[in-house]
Structures are given as C-alpha cells and as structure tokens.
Design a protein around this ligand. Structure first.
Ligand code: BES
Ligand code: ZN
Length: 630
C-alpha cells in the first residue's frame, strides 16, 4: 500500500517538509532548528546556550588526567537552570560570575550508557558566566593516552581526543549537540618536552614552559573541539598548510602530502573560499580509530595514510571537503549525518577528479559503490533494516551506528544522480549557494529538502524522487552507475584465476604491485574466489607481497579473502597488522570475517589477537571489536 501512495506522499511531503514514513508527519515545517530536538543531548540549549567557552586545562600524563575548568559564556536568558552534557567526569565545583565567582548548586542525573548524564546547574536570571571545575577519569571515552612504545619515536607519551559524535562530553562538560555552535579559547599546560595543538590557531614550535594559548574565532559545534599533545614538529607545505608529526615522520610527510596547497585551491575553485585560514594535518599514532577527522584548521590523520606513494590522499581530500560540508554547514542532529558525510564524499570525489583526472575519480567511486552494496546486504539482515535510509532514526541508540556506507556512499550517489539530471554547472551553482547561504549554521534533512525544492527542482521543473532516496531503504532505481575500465580489467584477471587459469601468464607475467593503484588491487582481491586453493593464494602472495608489504587498504581486503578461503599461512602477518593498526573500518571487517569463519580456531584466534592488540586501540575501536566478538 505504501508504494501506491508514494507519488502523492512525495509531493505532499516535499512541500511540508517532513518524513512520509514518520507518524509525526504534521503540517508544521521543520525549517527552523528550534522546533527540532537532538535526542543525543540533555542540554536545554534552546532556552539558554553557550556562546563561547574558555578552557583552562592541565594535562597530567603521570596520572592520565586532565584537570580542567570549563568557563561557559551564556546567551542572555531568564531561566533558572542550565543543563550540560557530561560523561565519566568528576565535577569539583561550579561557580557563577567572571571576576567575582560564587559557588552554585548543581545536580548530576542518572547515567545513560550512551548519552552519559545531564548536569543541571542552578543559575540566576541573567547569569552570563558558568564555570565548571572538573577532572577527567579512567572512563573518559574521548581520550587516548598512549605510552611511548605506541608512538613512532617510542620516547614520549602522547594524547589525543576524538569528539565526534558525542564523546566531547567525556572530556569537557558542555552542551554537546551539533545544533549549537560556539567559539572557544583555551590555556593548556603540558610537559615541556611536548607540544599541544588544538582545532584552533596553533603554535609552530614548543614553548619552553609547556604553556599554550588557543583561539578558535569561528563558531563550531562541540564535536569539533580537539586537542593533541605529543612530541611533534611542524613541516610547512605551502603558505596556508603543513603537517605536524613526530620528528621521525616529517620527511615522509613532506613527500606524501606535497599536494596540499594545490588541493585547497582546487576545492576553492569548486565551492568558494576556504573559510578557516589554515589547513594543517597532524599525523596521529596507529591507534587512531579513523582514516581522518576533520577538526577545523587541524585535520587529524591516520599514519596509514603515509603509503609512500601518495595513493591514499583521497582521505585528505575528504577531510578538506568537510571544511565546507560538515564544518561550515553542519548536520543538526546525528540523524542527519548524511548531510555531513554524503556531501563530503561527493565533494572529495570532485576534488580527486580535478587533481588527478576522471579515471582516478571513477575508480574511487566504483570501489565505494562495491562497499555500499555489501553494507546494504548487511543492514538488510540486521536488527535495523531501516538503517539504509539516508535520514536515520538513532534515538536511544549510539549515533556511531550511523557511520555506515549509507551516509557516506548512498549520500554521495544521491548527489551524483542529481548532478547527472540537472547538469554540473547548475548543480555546482546550487551547492555553492547552499554552502554560502547556510555558512556557520546547522541544518536538518527536512530544511535541506525544502531548499533543494525551492532553489533547484521547482525553478528547473525537475521531478526528482528525493524522498525515496532519503526516507526509503535500499538504492533507488535511478541511481547512476559508474564504470571503470581499469577495475574491470583487474576483475577479469581475477575471474580467469577463479576459472583455473595460471596466475601470472602473458600480460601479467611481470606485473608489480606498484604498477596498479590501491583501488585496482582492491578490485582484484575482492573478485578472487574464496574457493581458490591455498597454493594459488600463496603464489599470488609470494609474487605481489600483499600480506607483507601492501598498504593497509589492500591488506584489509586480502586478509578477509584469506580468512574466507581458510588459508592460515597469512596469520602471522594478519596478527601483526591487527596489533599495529587501530583504524576501525580496516580491522572491524577482518575480525568479523574471523568470527563468521567456519574454520576451527578462527574465532579463538580473533579473541586472542584482540587481547594482545586492544591496548593499542582507542575506545571507539575497542568497543566496536568487543561488540563483534560478543
Ligand atoms: N568525520 C569522519 C569520522 C567520524 C565519523 C568520526 C563519525 C566519528 C563519528 C571522517 O571525516 C571520516 O569520514 N573519516 C573516514 C574517511 C574516509 C571516508 C575517506 C575514515 O575514517 O575512514
Ligand atoms: Zn567524513
């Protein structure tokens, strides 16, 4: 029945701007964020909100504790309570006022395993300053305290934070919702042999007293506040960009990321001015759970990106793209996460196309599409088959559940399909205006749909099934298909091997790994059959050195194939890989393959390896793998 009514509902619901599948489909437009609530935050930010926060932080490596004061400057209001989010923090006291601070009462509500607790502070009408004195605890999920052996230099400890999605509240008591944007400043004290960096203006050199001051003058959501402390130096690459890394890695970084300045120019050519003045990277240790994290002015990057051949640079294009989609125009709630990531994957691919040509961009898109098909199948079988809608329903769930290929790849294909229908010139103009007109704002899916209708679809008389894409599971039929000749060739080679042909005949006789890009090897490996005999897999491995020397993206796919094929030869390499690398998407699928394996001992191997590896994983990866192994 739903299907019969889709066309009518589509028309209705695009104009009244709400979800056709939602029972709350009433005539109230959700264009203003005031009428939207973020189920992942306890804060009463629509009544009283932080406009600026100043952090006084003392980073103590011996105790693995940050001693902090969060000085909130509030909007004017007449309410008697301000509610903040917190999780795993010890609150010492709370005061009101700027120069003359007076203690006030507060309560900490019941702890929810995902959201933490509401911290309710008694205030007076007109209270402008609320100062929360606190310290972090062992339960602090955002912080990764690393002992020296987990760093490149192995001499100094290291600390970094991961705020997205709702972990900032575990190191700062704050209104932790993307719906509120704030400016921030900080005074941070660290051991003198280390440097502190934030998602703000940053020092180029160490301070002899270990004291650093930071300012972030552009308003950002709480999840983008970030801190990293370690033995690092700065390598400038161009006027407005460079890389912070442990000194051991500086040389490799200046080679790998040489294209940064050009990349910024290319991005600006597409969607207008870069608004954050500086675009630096910091290379984190291997435990970092993501490929990259778009902390403004200071993208956090995984050391696995230093592939030695610039082949994983698309991750940097991705994080740079977030300077528009995500950081400038931000998803209002985590249900709207695709507005951050889908737009970013689309923009990332446009940057790649302009930098390295259409062929490379297509290769990337095809591999992404393969990932999407796999994810859709997994989601279909899962507890939440509705998760393949772009608009998510994550109430009472961990917003991390939304970090799937749906937001990323289905989101990007939504935009690619639209681009194909509208034409690139018109579409670019539309997106540029979207970023400009919503700069430094947050936006819901519903407001976006409204904007899409009034600015693009209606004026151009275009019929587009936006609501099917956004509110229905799966991939709509009009999704464009992208092909890549180069990937097809690699797949054809794999098919021949699957069919029983010798591996390295004729044209492949002299092939070396460096002759093909990462994604071509991924396509090849993914097409190889798990039915192949162990000897064939080992022959491929001994010639191409996939287990030993390939970059992590290829290794991940290779290890999964070998687990599925029951080939134990690769185990020592796989074990070393799982112990070294903490990047969630890379390791999660290997652990999953081991758990799903029918081969005796695979699950036990996964559990034993995790035991050895987990001290090198951030909370985010650790909890995901624990879930997989359950
Ligand atoms: N913002 C994300 C990382 C993230 C998402 C952290 C949700 C926590 C919650 C980042 O921009 C990202 O997408 N990283 C990807 C890069 C890839 C898609 C190029 C990653 O880590 O793999
Ligand atoms: Zn992203």
């Amino acid at each position: 029945m739903k299907n019969i009514f889709i066309p009518i509902l589509l028309v209705l619901c695009t104009t009244i701007s709400c979800t056709p599948t939602d029972e709350q489909c009433v005539n109230e437009p959700l264009a203003k964020n005031d009428s939207v609530s973020d189920s992942h935050s306890y804060s009463n930010h629509s009544e009283i909100r932080t406009t600026h926060i100043h952090l006084d932080l003392d980073v103590n490596f011996e105790e693995k504790i940050i001693y902090g004061v969060a000085r909130h400057q509030m909007s004017s209001s007449t309410v008697s309570k301000a509610i903040f989010d917190m999780k795993g923090l010890d609150i010492q006291k709370i005061t009101l006022g700027k120069n003359n601070e007076l203690e006030t009462d507060y309560t900490i509500g019941k702890t929810d395993p995902i959201k933490g607790s509401p911290l309710t502070v008694n205030i007076n009408p007109g209270t402008e300053y609320i100062n929360i004195y606190y310290q972090t605890t062992k339960e602090t999920e955002a912080l990764d305290w690393l002992s020296p052996e987990l760093t490149a230099g192995k001499k100094h400890p290291y600390l970094y934070t991961q705020g997205q999605a709702i972990l900032t509240r575990s190191w700062i008591p704050i209104q932790d919702t993307p719906m509120n944007r704030i400016t921030y400043s900080a005074d941070v004290k660290v051991p003198t042999e280390l440097i502190a960096l934030m998602s703000a203006d940053n020092p180029k050199e160490k301070d002899s007293e270990g004291r650093y001051h930071f300012e972030m003058k552009q308003a950002i959501p709480a999840y983008l506040i970030a801190l990293v402390v370690g033995d690092m130096e700065y390598t400038s690459i161009g006027k407005y960009s460079g890389v912070y890394s442990e000194p051991e890695l500086s040389k490799q970084c200046s080679y790998e990321f040489v294209d940064l300045p050009k990349m910024i120019n290319v991005a600006e050519d597409i969607y207008g001015e870069y608004r954050w003045d500086q675009f630096d990277l910091v290379i984190l240790p291997y435990s970092f759970p993501f490929g990259g994290m778009e902390n403004p002015r200071l993208t956090f990057a995984n050391p696995t990106l230093i592939a030695g051949d610039r082949s994983l640079i698309s991750v940097i294009a991705h994080e740079l793209a977030h300077s528009w989609s995500g950081n400038l125009v931000t998803n209002a709630t985590w249900n709207d996460f695709w507005l951050n990531e889908g737009f970013t994957v689309y923009f990332e691919n446009r940057i790649m196309e302009k930098m390295y040509g259409k062929e490379i961009a297509e290769i990337n898109a095809v591999i992404e599409y393969q990932d999407l098909l796999t994810s859709i199948e997994t989601i279909k079988q899962s507890e939440h088959p509705e998760d393949s809608q772009l608009k998510l329903q994550l109430k009472h769930r961990n917003p991390d559940d939304g970090m799937t290929d749906i937001a990323y790849v289905k989101g990007a294909f939504f935009l690619r399909t639209l681009e194909r229908i509208v034409g690139r010139t018109k579409f670019d103009e539309f997106l540029k205006n979207y970023f400009d007109s919503h700069a430094f704002e947050t936006i819901t899916t519903e407001s976006f749909v409204q904007y899409l209708n009034t600015e693009l679809l209606t004026p151009n008389n275009i019929d587009f099934n936006a609501n099917e894409w956004i509110y229905h599971a799966g991939i709509p039929e009009n999704c464009i298909q992208i092909h890549s000749k180069r990937l097809t060739e690699m797949e054809a080679w794999a098919s021949e091997i699957n069919g029983g042909n010798a591996v390295f005949t004729n044209e492949y006789k002299n092939i070396k790994r460096a002759d093909r890009v990462t994604q071509e090897w991924q396509a090849f490996v993914r097409k190889l059959s798990p039915e192949l005999p162990t000897e064939v897999l080992n022959e491929i491995d001994s010639k191409l050195k996939l287990s030993e020397e390939a970059n992590p993206a290829i290794k991940s796919d290779w290890f999964i194939l070998n687990v599925n094929a029951g080939n134990k030869t690769i185990r020592p390499f796989m074990e070393a890989y799982l112990i070294k690398i903490g990047r969630r998407w890379y390791i999660e699928s290997i652990y999953q393959a081991l758990v799903d394996s029918k081969l005796k001992g695979d699950k036990e191997f996964a559990i034993a390896t995790f035991e050895k590896a987990k001290r090198g994983y951030h909370f985010v990866s650790k909890s995901t793998i624990e879930e997989v192994l359950k």
